[in-house]
Design a protein around this ligand. Structure first.
Ligand code: 2RA
Length: 340
């Protein structure tokens, strides 16, 4: 006997990946429902080798459903997640709405699986921001070995993090560079992303950082350890899928680069590809469609006593969103609901 599972936001980048990954990982599904907004009603989406028609999120009755994976953004989540939770359906939400709520666990299963037992306060579990998820998978095992004091991270985030619109904008702008035509040339673009990088993701805050940067700080503290100091610079780059991060770590105690590499090689969810030669590292195009968080360029930072640098790459639609959400559902099933 398995679960009755809902995917809300089934026609978006992340929602479609949630369906793909539920099927790929053979999550024990007895029945699946794919929900979308009224404008996408009836759109057909794939679930393994099946095709399912989307239903209306607005009128859907969550009673009798076990788990709902939400990928609808904070606005609709605010309206529909409490309804699903009140109907007894455990919500795993990919938006940022509940991530910082003390009554809602924020979970990366490789880092803080024990937090799953806090879900019942609101019957809601939060999925972290994509740029946080891949980073904490690498930080946690190193923190367990040599306690992290401070993290400085620069991200190189793909346009799929901004949804289909972000991908279309890169595509259109790239075409316009090679083949300027009137309708594309005059299309209003917020900023040029083709052959450019933009040091701005989400809104600016009073201290000059962006909300994306603030999320990495707040979420790393909630998932691993509030004592870790984090400073981030989040940058949009002309890549379709796959976030990359240059991570600098300062530990309480010295951690040798070879020992760090060995620890990461043995860590859940991590794939180390780290050779000091041409091509001995991972780039975003190589991570797409994979479940792993790839780590390369592991090396001492000799400018401080206990420093380490590393390069972290992962598919932001998978570990950064859909995969982590499905892994939380697997954890919930194993540890709490115990069906299937
Ligand atoms: C981005 N992390 O990359 C944000 C939301 N997915 O745009």
């Amino acid at each position: 006997m398995g679960y009755r599972v809902v995917v809300a936001g089934a026609t978006g980048n992340v929602g479609r990946e949630m369906l793909n990954i539920l099927a790929e990982r053979q999550f024990p599904v007895d029945e699946i429902a794919a929900l979308a907004s009224r404008k996408s009603l009836g759109t057909e989406v794939s679930f393994g080798d099946k095709t399912i028609k989307t239903q209306d999120l607005d009128t859907f009755d969550f009673t009798g459903w076990d788990i709902a994976l939400f990928a609808v953004g904070s606005g609709p989540t605010k309206e529909y997640a409490p309804k699903a939770a009140a109907a007894g359906c455990v919500v795993i939400d990919n938006s940022s709405l509940y991530r910082y709520d003390p009554d809602v666990p924020l979970i990366v299963p490789e880092c803080n699986p024990q937090a799953i037992h806090g879900y019942s306060k609101k019957n809601i579990i939060a999925n972290p921001n994509c740029s946080t998820a891949q980073m904490v998978v690498a930080l946690k095992p190193l923190h367990d070995r040599a306690k992290i004091k401070r993290v400085v991270v620069s991200t190189y985030q793909s346009v799929s993090g901004a949804g289909k619109e972000g991908m279309d904008e890169l595509w259109d702008q790239t075409k316009a560079v090679y083949n300027p035509t009137s309708e594309i040339e005059h299309k209003k673009f917020t900023k040029q992303i083709a052959f450019n990088v933009i040091p701005h993701i989400d809104v600016f805050l009073d201290d000059g950082s962006t909300k994306e940067e603030w999320k990495m700080v707040a979420e790393t503290k909630k998932i691993i350890d509030p004592s870790i100091k984090v400073t981030a610079t989040c940058v949009r780059v002309p890549v379709f899928v796959g976030h990359s991060e240059a991570v600098n770590i300062e530990f309480e105690d010295f951690l040798d680069e070879d020992e760090a590499r060995d620890i990461l090689r043995e860590s859940p969810g991590v794939m180390v590809i780290d050779k000091r030669e041409d091509g001995g590292y991972v780039t975003p195009v190589e991570c797409v469609g994979d479940f792993a968080t790839f780590i390369s360029r592991i090396r001492q930072d000799s400018t401080i006593d206990n420093g380490l640098n590393l390069w972290c790459v992962s598919d932001n639609l998978r570990k950064g969103a859909a995969l982590n959400a499905v892994q939380i559902a697997e954890l919930l099933g194993r540890e709490v609901l115990k069906k299937g």
